[in-house]
Write a protein that binds this ligand. Structure first.
Ligand code: DGJ
Length: 747
């Protein structure tokens, strides 16, 4: 609901209140964002500057309260006394927008960019200055709100816009800012710094939302933890260059703004012209980081992902990329598909390499003609046979890119995105200029035809280089991309679109508006994934991240991790398998079958359950059943006791906790087996190597029935290996080991 009383506006749901007022100078002033309160409480939140702030500039010299530099504002300009960062720049000129009116309308107000859907109500504040009108939109959703701005040229000459943020707000208080930064195979590294007088910036200028700095970030009160403390979460429904900053003023107000990056940005608005920013998402919780994540997850699952896929289960897929790369043909793929089916996979995905001269990454991008040498029966023939097995068929595309060695480039060298210098390549490729209508039409037509002909129910939409487009051109590119995605996928809502950009180079809410999941990293090493998926979990629900089990040693880290851990980590996402299945050992086949069966049984919980980061892992719960993953990186010798705490259950209700049956490879003991085997065995010999491939020892078995109160307090897990032999009730997997516990309410 949105209330309005005497110039005070109140967005209120059961989860939060967002209060602002129009002050006596016509400036929107921020009052409160946090726990739900009454509209009448507004009086208690206003900042009163008393007799003023020294040398500051006043809007009215007799009124110390008119010092805009010291006010908590919802928007601001420049040159009028507010010396903090401005959310709007009109080619270096002063700006001074004042309130002229408002509207409250039901639902969302449709816009030209992807946006959150099915909102409650929208408040539109209108602010004006000579020759320009600014509209600020606030839409209330149950667990979060969105804000955006639209600038209109109401004058009779051109208006040069060089910066327009989606939102700006001054929050009282001192905060730490957490951003998620990294690069290829190292996405979503969590960094936290105290916000003080110097500006902290979270920005991308690569043309994409980027793996360098995810657009989502957090502000938390000092001392906040996973389950306690006040935390704000911010994100942007946008896939291009973004900007966010936080800075604390002398008055103790933290100014936070978000929007499209102003780097190289300039766009001329002709008379009557307008510019629309993407939506910013603002969310709050006083139940710590987990509390904030719960609200963000519910917002993304309920309002961002396409309607068809909201809370709809996702298939367990097999993707051929890491197993085959470019080296495959029909026979090999069918062999893999049959194996994948027998292991429990439901969708077979053919990745890169199926078209043109795409036998390596230096040629073929841009062409859509199937490589008949590899696939003599075409995509249709392959898809038909895969579907006959009882699996769905999915296909990889990289439609935004082109290799210079391609028929497309030879025919249309002018279709590529250039910056008037010699082309610079990324992964041997250029980007197509999606600001051109004919380029967009080419992509829409080719991709749509293939989708309709080959019975495709899943698309992996890849993009593997940074852009050369800057500022407004980079924005126009993203608008072009959204046009293409909308035209291909809106008429085919049942196609599961998983976007990808060298892994997580475009993991953002804009892409999630078109497809409900994103390939979050080319790094599938489960120990790295603890950080990558863990980082994502702060702002994105587990239903949005593709999480695959791959081979060990791992291709990117050369680390060997138990298959158990590779499965246990991937369960907390959308499970897939991406390795050569031909060389699997018997023990691995059995284990994978068991993994897919378990995942399917608890799929709803894994994909959509309430997610929690705990002291030693991750948990998903629906109140009735909780699954807890306990993960270890490196453990010391003789590790101590370990507890598992599961909060949020019914205190006096009994719950049965059981460990997921998992095995221990005999080979893990190496030469030590000689101490337990009745006969002398060569640790590298045939007998032991064979045993290692055929059978596993039970590991870490535990079953106990206790109350919800006991689980909240923390129950003791089975001891870890302490250097003194094997026992099935001990958890013998040490470094990179993990355990999964299923906790179900008893009648
Ligand atoms: C980059 C992606 O992230 C990979 O998963 C794979 O699809 C390759 N591209 C194919 O070229």
């Amino acid at each position: 609901m949105i209330f309005h009383e005497n110039g005070i506006f109140h967005l209120k749901t059961e989860q939060y209140s967002y209060l602002l007022k129009i002050n006596r100078w016509g400036l929107p002033e921020h009052l409160h964002f946090g726990a739900p309160v009454r509209t009448e409480d507004a009086a208690g939140f206003a900042c009163t500057p008393g007799i003023g702030w020294g040398s500051s500039v006043l809007l009215e010299s007799s009124d110390a309260g008119s010092c805009v530099d010291a006010l908590p504002l919802e928007w601001s300009g420049s040159g009028r006394g507010d010396y903090r960062e401005t959310p709007i720049e009109l080619d270096g000129k002063a700006t001074d927008f004042r309130y002229t009116g408002f509207e409250i309308v039901p639902g969302i107000v449709p816009m030209s960019l992807p946006q959150a859907k099915d909102g409650g109500e929208t408040l539109i504040l209108t602010l004006e200055q000579q020759g320009a009108r600014l509209k600020l939109y606030y839409t209330a959703f149950e667990t979060a709100l969105t804000r955006r701005a639209v600038l209109e040229n109401t004058g009779d000459s051109g208006l040069m816009l060089t910066k327009l943020m989606s939102q700006c707000v001054d929050l009282p208080g001192s905060y730490e800012m957490t951003t998620f930064d990294g690069g290829w195979i190292a996405e979503m590294g969590k960094h936290t710094v105290l916000v003080t007088a110097s500006r902290i910036v979270n920005e991308s200028t690569t043309g994409a939302s980027s793996n360098r700095h995810n657009p989502g970030f957090l502000l938390s009160e000092v001392g906040a933890g996973e389950d306690h403390g006040r935390v704000y979460g911010f994100n942007l429904v946008y896939s291009g260059n973004h900007y966010a900053s936080a800075q604390r003023s002398l008055q103790g107000l933290t100014r936070v703004m978000q929007g499209i990056s102003a780097d190289h940005f300039a766009i001329e608005l002709t008379p009557g012209g307008r510019f629309e920013t993407p939506e910013a998402v603002l969310c709050w919780s006083d139940a710590g980081f987990n509390g904030l994540s719960r609200r963000m997850h519910s917002f993304v699952n309920g309002h961002i992902v396409p309607k068809y896929w909201r809370y709809r289960h996702r298939p367990v897929l097999y993707n051929d990329w890491e197993g085959c790369m470019f080296d495959f043909d029909h026979r090999r793929l069918m062999g893999l598909a049959k194996k994948a089916k027998s292991l429990g996979c439901e969708l077979f995905v053919l990745d890169d390499g199926w078209f043109g001269k795409r036998n390596h990454d230096k040629a073929g991008l841009g062409d859509y003609k199937v490589n008949r040498k590899k696939l003599p029966m075409g995509l249709e023939g392959l898809s038909k046979q895969v579907r006959k097995l009882g699996m769905e068929f999915g296909l990889w595309f990289e439609p935004e890119s082109v290799n210079m060695d391609s028929d497309l480039y030879r025919a249309h060298p002018d279709w590529v995105l250039t910056d008037d210098f010699e082309p610079v390549l990324g992964r041997h490729q250029l980007l197509l200029d999606l600001t051109k209508a004919e380029v967009r039409d080419y992509i829409v037509q080719n991709v749509s035809t293939i989708l309709d002909k080959a019975g495709i129910t899943y698309v992996k939409w890849d993009m593997n280089r940074h852009s050369v487009a800057l500022g407004a051109k980079a924005h126009a590119y993203i608008l072009g991309l959204y046009d293409v995605l909308g035209r291909i996928f809106a008429p085919r809502p049942q196609i599961l679109l998983e976007s990808c950009s060298s892994g997580g180079n475009r993991f953002d809410l804009g892409m999630l508006c078109f497809g409900p999941q994103i390939w979050c990293s080319d790094n599938t090493d489960p120990i790295c994934r603890l950080d990558i998926q863990g980082g994502l979990s702060y702002l994105y629900p587990q239903s949005t991240f593709g999480a695959h089990v791959s081979a060990a040693p791992h291709a990117q880290t050369l680390r060997s991790t138990p298959l158990t851990t590779r499965g246990n980590v991937s369960f907390f996402g959308v499970l897939g398998y991406e390795l050569d299945l031909k060389h699997l050992l018997k023990v691995e086949i059995e284990e994978i079958k068991e993994q897919t069966a378990l995942y399917k049984r608890y799929r709803k919980l894994f994909q959509f359950g309430i997610f929690r980061r705990s002291e030693n892992g991750w948990q998903v719960s629906d109140g009735q059943t909780t699954i807890a993953g306990v993960f270890h990186k490196q453990l010391p010798a003789a590790p101590g006791y370990e507890q598992l705490r599961v909060p949020g259950l019914t205190a006096n209700r009994p719950y049965k906790l059981r460990s997921r049956a998992q095995g221990l490879r005999i080979g893990q003991f190496g030469a030590l087996v000689k101490h337990v085997a009745p006969v002398k065995l060569n640790p590298n010999g045939f007998v032991l190597r064979t045993a290692d491939r055929l059978a596993m020892l039970p590991d870490g078995e535990q079953t106990v029935t206790v109350s919800g109160a006991a689980l909240e307090a923390g129950i003791m897990l089975q001891p870890l290996f302490r250097g003194t032999g094997y026992d099935k009730n001990q958890r013998t997997q040490l470094d990179f080991g993990s355990n999964l516990y299923i906790i179900e309410a008893e009648e």
